[in-house]
Structure formats: structure tokens, C-alpha cells
Design a protein around this ligand. Sequence first.
Ligand code: F6R
Length: 608
Amino acid sequence: MCGIIAAATEKSVGKLLVQGLYKMEYRGYDSAGVALHQVKDIAHLRSLGKVEKLESKMKKQKPRGKIGIAHTRWATHGKPSEENAHPHVSKDRVFIVHNGIIENYIELKEQLSKKGYVFVSQTDSELIAHQLDFFLSQKHNMFEAMSLLKKKLQGAFAIAAIDQSDDSHFYLMRNKSPLLLGISEEGMFAASDPLALVDITNEFVFLEDGDVVEASASEYKIFDENEKRAIRKITKLNISSEAMSKNGYRHFMEKEIYEQPTAILNTLDGRIGGEDVLENIFGEGSNDLLSNVERIQIVAAGTSLHAGRVAANWFSAIAQIPTQIDYASEYRYKNPYVDKNTLFLTISQSGETADTLGALHYAKERDYLGSLTICNVPTSSLARESDFMLLTNAGPEIGVASTKAFTTQLAALMLLALSLAKARNLNPKLRTRVVSALRSLPEIISESLNLKPKIIRIAKEVAKKDNALFLGRGIFYPIAQEGSLKLKEISYIHAEAYPAGELKHGPLALIDKDMPVIALAPENELAEKLISNLEEVKARGGKLFVIGNAAGNMTLKPKNLINLPECDFLLTPILYTIPLQILSYEVALLRGTDIDQPRNLAKSVTVE
Ligand code: F6R
């Protein structure tokens, strides 16, 4: 999604802004731009495509300025193009960058057109520049113009702006879209993502909805939603720049797949004791909450939703708690019935997914017992706004396709299932067994990473095809869904997932020699039935690849079969995810796609 960076220092900031844009590339974008205050005028450069193109334009034109704003755009209104790229400008005077969506843009655009403003882009963002210019023409200063603008706009927005007649400040505004200040002795900075400022400072102020900020190289002033001067806490974040480098791997996704043993270790660290989960790991007072939970409502999107689907099985099997699960984008619109003592549970890597956050805001107005989030970013909106949280501690995930975030979510959700069982005095022996199995999990995952050469052989077959089918049963169906999502998003192969027993109700018609079928076949109570389903595929000439130890008695070529290390059956969904991640990665590598930034996708989806 879009990224904003702004800077005010005593030196030229062009290079620094571009470096910040590079750090936000992982979020997904289609164009980039910068506006640099050169005192006599503002240099305005934009380019379609990668930040590299913008950088080479800057190297040619050599703009210099101590104040500047820059942006990576992920198109919402208007196609990816140079005209639609930010910064947008009004009358060569006001330059703005914007993340989010202005919901009343048609109405505001009409009003401004009647006042003589000419629109040159198809975006909902350009009007912000014109509206500010209009307020400035009414003798307001830039700070007043920003405050007046705030009252006009509806929707979600993070905005940074500069004014040609003010060469010492940049201005900010936030409503429902992340924006923060970075404070350093070198100057004042702002960004929509702290990773953009990782080489500049570790001191951040997270802005709140309704905040307007005026910042110069030496100071910043924040005014809250009621226009009162606000003092906000400075948060220190120690993000190592190693987390932002590929560290010898070809892609961030590859690095993140291999980081999973350590990431899971970090999820478990300090949360399990001798034989059980520790108390209050979701925050002070969370034990009281958990002992009253009778139902769970999960809301999440994409990969995080798949983690929720696995967890729903665990909550039922381990803690005897029924779970309702909904897509974040759908939940609010189905008039959900809230039963008594229901816990509202969100799952999110970024903690900024607009649909999930919107669902939390809605849930807070309903009669839930409380809200809990499983999240990877401690400073995110979900982490700050939920009553309780458990951080997955996976470290920054840069590849757009979620890998370590998913497996650490699963580990965290297993801790929740165990904690719920403990709060209800259920299954003490099983809890001890699973806690011990969790301790061995990082090592078992390391072992599974060694399966890569075998998986590459399968990848070579799948990469030649245009479709793929993923099969699983029971708790492995959501894992099949995750495998299919991973393959389609990074290799652009059309993939679908089915519970294997459903095949004969329709999808079996798709089976022929051109349809690779990737089946998850663990040794569990469903193994026999699953194998019969797979025999049906084989009998119809389907190209079958089986991951799992239950397929031993099928007559499969060894290259079509991948056995996995032994693992407690309750944790096998985590283990079986690993070969599917490697498979997608290797297929995408063979097809030469942009693995870390697949087309059309964004890392943190901050629009609804
Ligand atoms: C897929 C993927 C997405 C995210 C989804 C939710 O690999 O990463 O499907 O899982 O956009 O994002 P978070 O977890 O940040 O709420």
C-alpha cells in the first residue's frame, strides 16, 4: 500500500527521502514521487514504476532542499501513471502526499471545480492540494488550512504537505491511516511506516486520529482532534537494519521461510513454563477474561484468516469452545449476532489491515466480553486498540506473501487454545504433551527445510502448468487454502483448495493430465478416506503430488511423494505449511515473477 515519508533538516533531504521510499517498497506500489522545497520553488519529480526510476531522475536533475515529502502510490482511484502519482500540487504552491481514501471526494471535487480549480489526475487525493490552496487564498496560514481541511474530509487519510511560501515546515494530518513522527538530532521526520526511518532514528511519536502536526528541523507541535496542543509519548523502537536486509538470500520471502525456526522460538519465549502455558501471557488480567470465555468470534483477512480457521479446530478440540469465523471485509455487514461471553479475536501480521481494524471498531460497540489480538507489530493500531494482545514476535516481515507471520500466528493461537483449556481446567495431560511438542517444533521445522531438493522436483512440474488444485481434509483444509493462496499470489498460477471429500461433488471434472493436484496426507484418522479420494484423482489421470506420511501404501513415484519429520499431530498443520511455502517460492522463481512484490498486491492493506 501507499507509503509516506517527510523530512525537515538543516541539510538536503532528497537522498534520505529516496532511501526511505526504498525501505517501503515491500508494501507494494506502482509509482513514486518527491517534492523538495528549494526556497525559490519546489522541485517536483514523479515516475511510474520502481523507485529506481525516480532516483535516476533525481540524479539527473539534482534538486536540493532541506524540507521535502515523498510517496509510493498503490492505485485505488485512477490507473497507475505519472499524472496520478503523488505528490499532487495546486498552483505550484501546495504539494501533498496522501495515503487512504477520501470518501466524499466527488462532492469536494465538484465544489473546487466550481471555484476554478483544474484537476489533472484521476485520483481522490489531488483535491487535498486544491482545498489547502483555497484556504490559503482565504488568508489562512498553512496550519489553519490543515485544520479546516480536516473538517472537510471524510474517510481514512494520512497526509503530509508543504507550502512554497513556508520554507521551514512540513505539515501532517492523520485519520484512520497510520502516520508517525520520527525525532532525531538531525531533524524531524515523518512516515507511514517506522521501517522507512530505521536508519535515521529509533524515537517515534505515533499520531492519533484527528491530529494535525507542524514540524520544522528543530521542533514539532501536535494539535489533537479538538485543536488543543497535545503532548504524546515518545516510543523507542529498536529495529535492527539486519531485519531489513536480505542477508544473502535471493528474496525476503526466502529469508523469512528460513527464519521460521527462530521466529517460532521467539513466539514461545517467555510464554511456556515447565509443563504448561504461563499465566496472563495476553496481558495483565487476561486470565480472568479467558476463564469467562464461552464462545469466540474470529475476524481476519487472507493468510491470517487461514490461521484462524486452523485455530477454530484447536479451540474446539482442546478447550471445548465453539468458534465463529468471518472475513474481516464481511463481518460488519452481516449484522452479527453476539452471544453472551463471546471473545472478539483478531489476527493480523501488520495490525493495520483496514477491514480488520474496522471490524474491531464495530465490535467495541457491541456486547463482546473483550477483544484480543494476535499481531506481529507492537505499535500497530490493532495492538494499541485491543483490550489484550499476544505479539507473534516474528520480526519485520518484508515479503508481501506471508510466511513466518503465518506459522508464528499458529504457534500463538495454540498458546491461546492451551490457555483457554487451562482457564477451564481441561485436558491437563494434553496440555503438558503439547507444551513439550511446541518446544521441539523449531527443530522439526529446521529439519523440514532440508526437503527443498525434493520440493524443487515438484516445483519444476507445477511451474509448467496454468492451474493447480490443493487438497486437505479437516484441519488440513485451511492449510491447503494457504498453500493455494501462496502459489497464486507469487506465481500467478490459478490455484484452488478443496476439502478432498468434496472433489466428487464437482471439481473432479477438472482433473486431467494438465491439472497438478497437491494433496496433504498426514497420518491421522482421516488418512484412509483421504487416500481413497486421491486414488480417484489418479484413476482419472490427474498429476498427483502428495505431501505427508499417510501415502506410503499408494503406488506413487518417489518424486511425487514427500515425507515429513515426525511431529505431535496437533502441531502438524504448522509443519505441513513449510513444504507448501517452499513449493510456491520455487515455482515463482522458475516463472521469474517479482516474488517479494507480486503485481497488484500490497503488504499492509490500509484501505477497505
Ligand atoms: C498473503 C497475505 C495476505 C494477508 C492479509 C491480511 O500472503 O499476506 O493475505 O494475510 O492481507 O494481512 P494482515 O495479516 O496484516 O492483517
